[in-house]
Design a protein around this ligand. Structure first.
Ligand code: FAQ
Length: 333
């Protein structure tokens, strides 16, 4: 529906003169500067549209691929309560993916196109989901750290200039906040448990800390999109600003748990009122983005298998819709 509307807008734009386009751009930026929302049928620069499609579809793919590492533990959760909570959480992530695909569709791309890009390996998803979940403590660490980092990044997106994305993020953030607490609660139970359980929690923190820090993306000097996305109010903070906020919030939580963050240089700085931290190994980040993380191939294979396994459902649904349509047409005739 939206796509058709957007196509006609795009054609109008093709025929407009440079001065008309400049006027449209000025009006668009004034709206953004005034903190008004841009809605699907409003005029927008093509680069703004493409940036949103890129970011929202990557975000949606992250939610869907992000179901896999935790899904791995549903059958092995240590109690019925833990299993029920984990199933609900993984299901929430699937729901987030659906809201986000819908938000991206308002920009003129179809869900099929986005899925094709994911399965062809031409679309990104968050680096974090290419790491394995080796023990139950990893489920705690994901909730605490990965959802914690996701909230830090996503709360500002509730104020994003693009209406459908901003609105989708409100509910997503509420659910992520519950996810973060369930992860912290798992870590707390382990940290207060037997020495073996505490060691398991520490091991999970050791493995998930740096990948979580990398979730915020390249440092500001290397982030090619941040400056423009901030001008358009798609992003409200830079990658490094959000990373610092996350470290500042999470370091005291680790202390409360009695666990040690694996960064020897992590230290409270009275002068800056922030934690100082050690250097990030960006070569690991780039290697994961190139497809060489511990689980990249496994994750993509799981998504391709799921897509193939669901083929008959899509075909049956399409055949049923076709049958309903022709029945309605023959009744109308
Ligand atoms: N992994 O110039 P920038 C979740 C790419 S959801 C992979 O800084 P930008 C919930 C970036 O796309 C987690 N790629 O880019 C959950 C760009 O590549 P491109 C996902 C990354 O867009 C929890 C290039 O590097 N959250 O966790 C990463 O301004 C538990 C240059 O970077 C979102 O997507 C990375 N970590 O800023 C689910 C939030 N970082 O497109 C299940 C929305 C950067 O030029 C279980 N997204 N890249 O080929 C954003 O806020 C932004 O897109 C950033 C990147 C901050 C991720």
């Amino acid at each position: 529906m939206y796509t058709q509307g957007l196509d006609s807008l795009g054609k109008e734009c093709l025929h407009s003169s440079a001065s008309e386009t400049a006027a449209l751009e000025a009006r668009f930026q004034a709206k953004v500067d005034a903190d008004d929302k841009i809605e699907p049928k409003d005029w927008m620069p093509d680069a703004y549209r493409q940036t949103l499609i890129r970011q929202i579809s990557q975000h949606a793919h992250s939610e869907i691929v992000g179901m896999l590492p935790e899904g791995n533990w549903i059958s092995r959760a240590p109690s019925l309560r833990r299993k029920a909570v984990l199933i609900a959480k993984v299901q929430d992530e699937g729901g987030h993916g659906m809201y986000l695909y819908s938000a991206a569709e308002t920009l003129g791309i179809s869900r099929d196109q986005m899925l094709e890009q994911l399965l062809a390996g031409t679309a990104k998803y968050s680096s974090i989901f290419n790491y394995p979940t080796l023990t139950w403590a990893d489920i705690g660490a994901i909730g605490w750290l990965v959802d914690g980092a996701a909230i830090m990044n996503q709360i500002p997106i509730c104020r994003c200039s693009y209406g459908p994305y901003a609105r989708a993020m409100v509910r997503i953030c509420k659910e992520e906040s519950f996810h973060q607490r369930q992860g912290f609660e798992i870590m707390l139970a382990l940290a207060r448990g037997t020495p073996e359980q505490k060691a398991m929690a520490q091991d999970a923190l050791n493995r998930w800390w740096w990948p979580s820090i990398m979730m915020f993306g390249p440092s500001d000097g290397d982030s090619k999109h941040t400056a423009q996305s901030m001008r358009w109010k798609i992003k409200r903070f830079t990658n490094d600003e959000l990373r610092q906020k996350f470290i500042d919030v999470t370091a005291p939580q680790a202390e409360f748990l009695g666990l040690t963050i694996p960064d020897a240089q992590l230290q409270w700085n009275e002068a800056t009122q922030h934690y100082d931290s050690g250097p990030i190994d960006w070569s690991e980040f780039h290697s994961v983005l190139k497809g060489n993380g511990p689980c990249n191939r496994e994750r993509m294979q799981a998504r391709r298998n799921a897509h193939e396994d669901g083929r008959w459902v899509r075909e049956a649904a399409a055949a049923y819709a076709e049958k309903q349509k022709s029945r309605a047409a023959s009744q109308a005739a």
